[in-house]
Ligand binder design. Sequence first.
Ligand code: AMP
Length: 404
Amino acid sequence: MNILVINAGSSSLKFQLFNMNDESVLAKGKVERIGMDSSLVCYEPAGKPEEQEVAEILEHTTAVRKVLQMLVHKRHGVLESIDEIDAVGHRVVHGGESFPSSVIVDEDVKREIRRLFDLAPLHNPAHMLGINAVEENLPQTPQVVVFDTAFHQSMPAASYLYPIPMVLYRKHKIRRYGFHGTSHAYVSDRAAKLLQKPLDQLKLITCHIGNGASCTAVWNGKSYDTSMGMTPLEGLMMGTRSGDIDPAIVPYAMGKEDLTLGEVNSMLNKHSGLIAISGISSDMREILEAMEAGDRGAKLAFDMYEYRLRKYIGAYAAAMNGVDAIVFTAGVGENSAALRGAVCGNLTFLGIEFDEAANLSRDRGERRITTEASRVQVLVIPTNEELVIARDTHELILARTNVV
Ligand code: AMP
């Protein structure tokens, strides 16, 4: 079975085509600058040279058509016909309380995703564009939606409620939802395999540290608490997001600086975090370079980033009354030995015996960076959210076929 995985943003569309017989990637790529001057199409077929093309792509339906043309192209295509695509899986950021797991798209599901636009105004409308664009191009092909929030629906009320008037939860569903769920679920599963222990007997802390960053307490295979909240703004310090701050700062700063709600929202989401403290960049590679060159702002930004992550790890170890393993994943978590070293070097009280050589190794695969004797293991596991989406889609389509 071939599954096309799509991650649609407001002006971009990323895709990967999987052959589920062996979970291999047949092709992947992205369309960028949809609706702007000269869109860019990047296409990487497995075992063939990469293609790049500048084209006029004004909306998502054209972007999907372009992707399908690439996939069946005479020279660099990987399929004979688009009929060989058996199903399409979409990433959807917010499933609210309605979707504790992935589902096949129908009219009710689309209505519910639209109802959730309020909770994820930047993401869900763009995903809907992607779903509609596939429907127009492949009307007979089943579609599945996989939610970033679904894995966290197992959190107990004590984790997901905020201590504010309950009417806000009852009337408006203001609560913690959490994000990066497919990533936290994937690395937890891989961690159990690496540790050769059943996932339902493990206490894990998974750290997805990329441009966006979140940390999850995974207790017996279920999300017990997670650092992102009703929106992805809460929790860890990120590239451009503040993470946790005193909420009273919002009205105070608005009054002092004469800011509108839109401006304060933009300040906290786009102009805070690493970029705000360093004054240099939101990109960890540039922060590390500047730090090495002696820049004090970059050093402070790094120290705050590491300190805030370490506090969450400590909190989640307490929340679960213990921890068996800590997992690092995503751009910074997978690649920055400096960050992992700083965090773990300051967690020796947990019984972590760090293996610095393993931490510094150029190996890019799944690996342990603690000694065998370490009471708490630390693992680096490259995430694969697209594969989770492809697997969920595959499973749901197979189940439906078997029922029919
Ligand atoms: P992601 O959102 O998972 O793509 O992660 C993006 C983040 O990973 C950016 O802040 C990058 O600077 C960071 N990153 C990627 N490669 C490295 C690296 N070799 N060292 C440190 N950070 C990295």
